[in-house]
Design a protein around this ligand. Structure first.
Ligand SMILES: C[S@@+](CC[C@H](N)C(=O)[O-])C[C@H]1O[C@@H](n2cnc3c(N)ncnc32)[C@H](O)[C@@H]1O
Length: 362
């Protein structure tokens, strides 16, 4: 999907919001543009957009979006439309009617959890927009795991890496707890674009989450699908405790010979802290120039504090400063969903500072 450079920011926000299934309460339709201009945009860039035909949002989201749009045209602007003699584009009207007639009222947004659907995130790579599409759950927990949805911490870390692409380009990168792969797709895109020989290994404890991750990485619309050295492997942090099973973990790590470890939102429960720190120790041991860069959502400050104090026993922990100017459009979710506002990045490394928490092996 090509991003039209001339598109006004207010319409770009609507496009990116629609693509990422942002709730319409966070979307504002531009009042500074003519109704004709807005209608042409809705039809050309959303309704007839081939990307959204191939990778559609859920029926529930479409109903919500077009209903909101219908609301805009039928109420807010109604008098304007009459006064200025502007007609509602019949394609928008027919589209809305088709959703109303096919989706029952019980499937309305918020009535029951929406089904998994494609979500497309836009993000800035230099001055160019990239987009990454994932099939993801619209529930926070599905099948007993948080791994089927994308968490804001991965957007924060992805955003950081887009402005520090030298950390991943031409490098071997290992991700822990990758979930369905947004961060991995962004890293893979940066690596492919750099044209440097790079490797990337995404890991998770759940085979079903990894399958979804692999499918997302190889969607033809994602640049990651052309990455020549990408793998998705099972890796359970609790294996790091066991001499028998930690051999598998060590084999993955020595096979990859990683330069950087990344992880987003992987400290969510105090119970997993010892296993995660043991895994990080295996990954960082005997590695002079390897570091781990972690973005952690702070749901419970005590859990993050416990992780940091455990990590400090084996690593030097330093804060990484984020460059907030670089926030890309996919970050709209993280900015606007107050449930995810507290974010902390952790970097465990050896010799170079990266910036919010920066930890170096002691
Ligand atoms: C909150 S989700 C974060 C997913 C992804 N990093 C993101 O930010 O969107 C936590 C992830 O950690 C994985 N995980 C949980 N326990 C694990 C373990 N013992 N070993 C490896 N991964 C684990 C889960 O399967 C899930 O994908």
């Amino acid at each position: 999907m090509e991003m039209d450079q001339g598109i006004p920011d207010s319409l770009l926000d609507v496009l990116c919001g629609y693509a990422s299934n942002l709730h319409t309460k966070f979307l504002s339709f531009p009042t500074d543009l003519s109704l004709d201009r807005v209608q042409v945009f809705l039809v050309d860039k959303i309704l007839l957009n081939r990307h959204f035909s191939s990778y559609p949002a859920s029926a529930q989201y479409n109903k919500l979006f077009w209903k909101h749009d219908g609301h805009y045209f039928t109420t807010l602007a109604y008098t304007e439309l009459i006064r200025k003699d502007v007609e509602l584009d019949s394609r928008i009207y027919e589209h809305y009617v088709s959703f109303v007639s096919t989706a029952s009222s019980s499937e309305g947004f918020g009535a029951k959890p929406p089904s998994p659907s494609y979500i497309t995130y836009f993000w800035l790579n230099g001055s160019q927009y990239e987009h990454s599409t994932l099939m993801e759950s619209r529930k926070l927990i599905e099948e007993g795991t948080t791994g089927f949805t994308t968490w804001p911490a991965s957007m924060v870390l992805a955003d950081y890496l887009t402005s520090h692409s030298d950390l991943v380009s031409g490098k071997s990168v290992l991700e822990l707890g990758s979930g369905i792969g947004l961060l991995g797709i962004v890293v893979a895109t940066l690596q492919v674009r750099s044209q440097l020989s790079s490797r990337l290994c995404l890991t998770d404890v759940r085979p079903d989450v990894l399958d979804r991750c692999q499918n997302n990485l190889t969607l033809p619309c994602n640049i990651s699908s052309s990455h020549p050295a990408l793998s998705c492997l099972l890796l359970d942090w609790t294996d790091a405790f066991d001499k028998l099973t930690n051999q598998g973990t060590s084999d993955i790590m020595s096979g990859l010979d990683h330069d950087l470890i990344i992880g987003a939102d992987i400290v969510f429960d105090p119970v997993i802290i010892p296993a995660l720190v043991a895994t990080l120790s295996l990954a960082l041991q005997n590695k002079e120039n390897t570091s781990a860069l972690l973005a952690l959502t702070v749901r419970n400050a005590a859990t993050i504090a416990e992780f940091l104090s455990t990590a400090r026993k084996g690593f030097i922990v330093e804060e990484i400063e984020r460059d907030n100017q670089r926030i890309g459009r996919m970050y709209m979710h993280a900015l606007q969903d107050t449930a995810f506002v507290s974010l902390t990045s952790v970097h465990l490394g050896h010799s170079h500072r990266l910036g919010e928490y920066n930890a170096v092996v002691a």
